[in-house]
Ligand binder design. Sequence first.
Ligand code: SF4
Length: 304
Amino acid sequence: MESRHQPCMVIRAGILGYCMGVRRAVDMAIAASRGSPVYTLGPLIHNPQVLERLQEQGITILGEEQLPADLRDTVVIIRAHGITPQLEALLTGRGASVVDATCPRVKASQIQARSLTEQGYGVFLAGEAHHGELIGIQGYAPGCLIAANREEAEKAAEKRYREAPHERTALIGQTTISPDEYQAIGEGIRQFFPDVKILDTICRATRDRQRALRDLCSQVDAVLVAGGRASANTRRLLTIAQECGTPAWLVEDVHEIPPEIASYPVVGLAAGASTPDEIIDALEAALRGYLPVIEAPFSDSYYT
Ligand code: SF4
């Protein structure tokens, strides 16, 4: 990055970068990429540099429809979002060695969905119907109903009520759903099933990064948000910084650092949950070309 005016101070967000589930999935993929051909079902992570590095290590991204009929002597990595048990059975049936990198939090939702269904509960899922995580959980709860908002929840609950008014019901949320949205969906179901059991399945990793960024915005004049443009949680961080009234840029690497950043006295550094440490460190090093980076103080409550 070219130096024009030097920022007087650079502060990193108290929490930034890889969440536990993404870090675990990337580590498992790297460990698996020694020997047999390795596939991942869909991109392992929404970060172009990491995907490029994994590809260099012989890890190929495949869609479900591209899976070879014979998977003997191949490794297939299940990404953090998880998959349906039916698809997992198909993989093993074709002879694949399956490396299950499903995030433990998502796995917990899958197990609860299966257990509740087996106990006779009518299961509702809160979140995006087309998101890989919910598609996977649906496979564990055949007949479940999905709602993305309160309106959809009321409609789904009304439908269920007409079919089985005395059924016990339960609600499982996508790990990344906003708490307000989840609560609203729960209220929608309560209109028909007042005793609906609402499970606490929300992962705090996303919220923690958002809260840390809000704190950061109160201390800085501008913010760099590091991460892939394909990453929804990274883009959301950018929006939050802008909502805070802080000039902000999303940068995928050091080459994208805007020259005007140097005109702000105090600059913050944040990163999405799929941004690797090396990108954050490289940005820090580039900014450190001006002045040392300091860590923002953080609260223990950030941790999940
Ligand atoms: S955001 Fe949470 S649930 Fe999703 S992969 Fe990361 S740790 Fe797991």
